[in-house]
Design a binder for this molecule. Structure first.
Ligand code: GDP
Length: 193
């Protein structure tokens, strides 16, 4: 499958500053989960998500066009150890409001580190998405970091920790390209629905 036609549009400090969209997919995950690497892999360019790492933009919603089909929003990574409680709280509120009320949102890709499994914060986020009845999909990252002999077991444990069926977890490697086409397909399907 071809790369997704991703093009950076803007960085928004809040929901109201986002650009128009037909349909939108959001990407969320704790910092270091592999979010930027994955967005670059989806778009087939190692520069796409650079913007999401630019100081001053790490707390913003970074919106990309997916061709003419819709948009993709890279949400600020949660769980920055260095952030003060107050700051963490203000981003959290902004991201929560976005995830809860953006009318165009058709799917939230919740990233979980495939090497270490879901953290307490990941589980909290998933519980909250479920309680709020928001559409989400669990994406495990760093497939290549787990030995092939351990992968089946790891996938089952990860799915159990996230309270989803193993078949529902899309496990990707941004570095090796594993699962990236499957995720591209899922994004295109949700945007086109
Ligand atoms: P972000 O903070 O969530 O945007 O995470 P990054 O994309 O910056 O990745 C965090 C770290 O994990 C970096 O050192 C990446 O090289 C590494 N990483 C990300 N994806 C993969 C992957 O698929 N395989 C491996 N082995 N490392 C990865």
């Amino acid at each position: 499958m071809a790369s997704l036609p991703l093009r950076f549009l803007l960085s928004a400090p809040n929901l109201d500053a986002l650009g128009p969209s037909r349909a939108e997919v959001a990407v969320v995950g704790r910092s270091n989960v592999g979010k930027s690497s994955l967005i670059n892999a989806l778009g087939g360019s190692d520069k796409l998500a650079l913007v999401s790492k630019t100081p001053g933009r790490t707390r913003l919603l970074n919106q990309f066009a997916v061709g003419e089909l819709g948009t993709l929003v890279d949400c600020p990574g949660y769980g920055y150890a260095k952030a003060s409680q107050t700051l963490r709280h203000s981003w959290q509120k902004m991201v929560e409001q976005y995830l809860l009320t953006r009318p165009q949102l058709v799917c939230i890709l919740a990233l979980v580190d495939g090497e270490i499994g879901p953290t307490k914060l990941d589980v909290q986020l998933l519980d909250w998405l479920r309680a709020e009845d928001r559409p989400f999909a669990v994406v495990a990252t760093k497939h290549d970091k787990v030995k092939s002999s351990q992968r089946e077991k790891r996938k089952r444990a990860l799915a159990e920790g996230c309270e989803v069926a193993p078949s529902e977890v899309v496990w990707v490697s941004a570095h090796k390209g594993v699962g990236v086409d499957r995720l591209r397909g899922l994004i295109l399907e949700r945007l086109a629905a």
